[in-house]
Design a protein around this ligand. Structure first.
Ligand code: AMP
Length: 216
C-alpha cells in the first residue's frame, strides 16, 4: 500500500473534517491541540498535512499532496489543474455582491468599484454584466464601502451577520460554496485504489449525514 498524502485546509473546514475522520475511523494520529503540521496514521498509510486554505490547491496541483480538502471558493478562485471528487456538504456558504442598501450595481456609464479577496470570481461574475474596477483586500472587506474605498464588495456570506452588523445587504447571489475533496491528476491514476477508498468512506459518511445526498 502506498502512502497517501492529504492536505487539509486549516480553519473552518478543519474542525468539522476532524470529527468526520474520527467517525469513519481515521485520523487517529491527529492531535488538534498540537502545533505540528504533519501527522501520520501509519497503520493505514495516510499522511495529513495542515495548510492554509489558499495553499491547498497548490500542494495538490504540484503533487506533494495526493488529495486535498478545501472550500469551493478557493477552488474557483485559483482555477487549479486538479480533479474535484466529492462535495462534502460541510462549511456551506455562498458568494454574494453586497453593499449599502439600494446601491445601484448596474450602470453602463460608470465603472463599479468592487473590493474583494476573490478578484477572479468578481471579474467572472461581472464580465458580461457591468464594467468594474477590482480592489484587492485580504480581509475585513466589509469596511471598504463604509469608508468610500469601493461601491460594493464580493465576499462569502454564511449567516449574513457580518453584513448586517456593518449596515450592508446582499445585492446579488453569485455562487454556492462548500468543502470539496480534490485530487492531483497523476495521483488519481497511480494511487487510484487508495484515493478511491478514502473518497468512498467520506461519500458514505456524507450520504448518511446529508439532507441533500444527490450532490456529486
Ligand atoms: P457571516 O457573518 O456568517 O455571514 O460570515 C461572513 C464572514 O465570514 C465574511 O467575512 C466571510 O469572508 C467569512 N466567511 C464566511 N464563510 C466562510 C468560509 N466558508 N470560508 C472562509 N470565510 C468565510
Amino acid at each position: 500500500m502506498e502512502m497517501l498524502t492529504i492536505a487539509i485546509a486549516k480553519g473552518r473546514i478543519e474542525k468539522d473534517l476532524l470529527c468526520i475522520l474520527k467517525e469513519i475511523g481515521l485520523g487517529a494520529s491527529i492531535d488538534p491541540k498540537s502545533r505540528k503540521l504533519v501527522f501520520i496514521d501509519s497503520d493505514v498509510q495516510i499522511k495529513y498535512i495542515f495548510v492554509k486554505p489558499v495553499d491547498v490547491v497548490t500542494y495538490v496541483e504540484k503533487g506533494v499532496a495526493d488529495i486535498g480538502v478545501v472550500g469551493k471558493d478557493v477552488i474557483v478562485e485559483q482555477e487549479g489543474n486538479i480533479y474535484e471528487l466529492l462535495d462534502l456538504n460541510i462549511a456551506k456558504c455562498h458568494f454574494a455582491v453586497a453593499g449599502p442598501p439600494l446601491t445601484q450595481i448596474y450602470n453602463p456609464n460608470k465603472r463599479l468599484r468592487v473590493a474583494t479577496k476573490y478578484v477572479n470570481i468578481a471579474n467572472k461574475f461581472f464580465e458580461d454584466r457591468q464594467q468594474i474596477e477590482t480592489i484587492f483586500l485580504n480581509g475585513s472587506v466589509e469596511l471598504a464601502p463604509l469608508i468610500g474605498l469601493s461601491d460594493v464588495i464580493v465576499d462569502l456570506v454564511e449567516t449574513g451577520n457580518t453584513l448586517r452588523a456593518n449596515g450592508l445587504e446582499e445585492l446579488e447571489f453569485i455562487l454556492e460554496s462548500s468543502a470539496r475533496v480534490v485530487s492531483n491528476r497523476v495521483s488519481y491514476q497511480f494511487k487510484f485504489e487508495e484515493i478511491n477508498k478514502f473518497v468512498e468512506a467520506l461519500r458514505e459518511w456524507r450520504n448518511n449525514n446529508d439532507q441533500n445526498p444527490t450532490a456529486k
